[in-house]
Design a protein around this ligand. Structure first.
Ligand code: BT5
Length: 301
């Protein structure tokens, strides 16, 4: 497949469903057979060293992170990608659901073999969300932002999220992780479940036209390999500058709820550890390690 073809949505003759504009649109097909094991580097022209060398394409599955965790116990190499057309039990952090209908987004997980302390791995979701946001902004020209720790946003609405889960560990050290990526690509506002209406968006909705998942997948996988290399060489430090540029929270008033505790204040940066820095009204800067961050009021002006 050449570059020109990749810039178009790859239509499937199998079925037609509603697209971003609400009218009938062909489903955006990756062009892989369900169950296929592909050399993604050759097939997608990734130019990566290990991410995507083995790409396992599943039609519908429960959760690509769950599938990858099982594969991690076997001989699967680092960089293996499990990609689904749709998920029935897509998950977010803390057991939350991840809406992943067939044909509408990138639902994928990458196996990362490492030998690293769990604490050092924790900010990888921050690094991955920044890297993906940058790549998507470069591809589409859209103002793609990040929200600590793992959200990818456009216009304050959630476009995607990253879920890093330990797949194998011994004591405090992690030897394999599943890096899950969920990105809404051609998901129309009318297709959203009620609780996501007004809170979620997609690339297609923001662009006003469909965009090929295959093309988005390619840049996401390239960005992730680059992210992993930089993260293991320089930690989250290597991403702090980019985080500041892309953050939707910097300088904003927020409330953070974590473990029954509420912190309110103004976000003033990302700590060298990857924690969110929030300056409270008492002038104390607190490091936030976990939790959900909410904007508390509109900024003046
Ligand atoms: C995340 O969790 O944002 C991480 C999402 C990771 C999903 C990928 S898909 C491939 C891989 N396999 C999996 O099973 N998971 C990963 P969190 O920050 O906890 O956000 C979850 C919240 O986002 C939910 O409670 C909803 O409010 C919202 N949400 C669910 N589906 C969404 C969607 N498609 N678009 C935007 N928001 C969504």
């Amino acid at each position: 497949m050449n570059g020109d073809e990749e810039s178009e949505v790859n239509p499937s003759s199998r079925q037609a469903v509603r697209g971003t504009g609400g009218g009938p649109e062909p489903i955006d097909d990756y062009g892989f057979e369900p169950g296929a094991v592909i050399d993604g580097i050759a097939e997608l022209g990734l130019g990566t060293r290990y991410v995507g060398r083995t790409l396992r394409y599943l039609g519908s599955t429960t959760s690509t992170n769950a599938v990858l965790s099982v594969l991690a116990a076997e001989d699967e190499p680092s960089g293996t990608v499990v990609l689904a057309d749709g998920q029935t039990e897509g998950r977010g952090r803390a057991g939350r659901f991840w809406f992943s209908p067939p044909g509408r987004g990138i639902w994928a997980s990458v196996l990362l073999r490492a030998d690293v302390e769990a604490e050092r791995l924790a900010p990888l979701s921050v690094a991955a969300s920044v890297s993906i946001a940058e790549a998507l902004a470069g591809l589409t020209g859209l103002d793609v932002r990040v929200k600590w720790p793992n959200d990818i946003l456009i216009d304050g609405r959630k476009l995607g999220g990253v879920l890093v889960e330990t797949a194998q560990s011994a004591g405090e050290r992690v030897s394999a992780a599943a890096v899950g990526i969920g990105l809404n690509v051609n998901l129309g506002p009318e297709e959203l479940p009620e609780e996501l209406v007004g809170r979620a968006t997609s690339l297609g909705a923001a662009l006003g036209r469909p965009i090929a998942r295959r093309r988005v997948l390619k840049i996401v996988l390239v960005a992730l390999e680059c992210c992993f290399d930089r993260f293991f060489a320089g930690g989250i430090e290597a991403f702090r500058e980019k985080w500041r540029e892309r953050s939707s929270l910097l300088g904003r008033r927020v409330a953070v709820e974590a473990s029954g505790r509420r912190t309110e204040g103004t976000v003033n940066g990302l700590a060298p550890s990857g924690a969110l820095l929030v300056e409270t009204d008492g002038g104390v800067t607190e490091e936030i390690w976990h939790g959900d961050v909410r904007l508390t009021r509109a900024e003046p002006g």
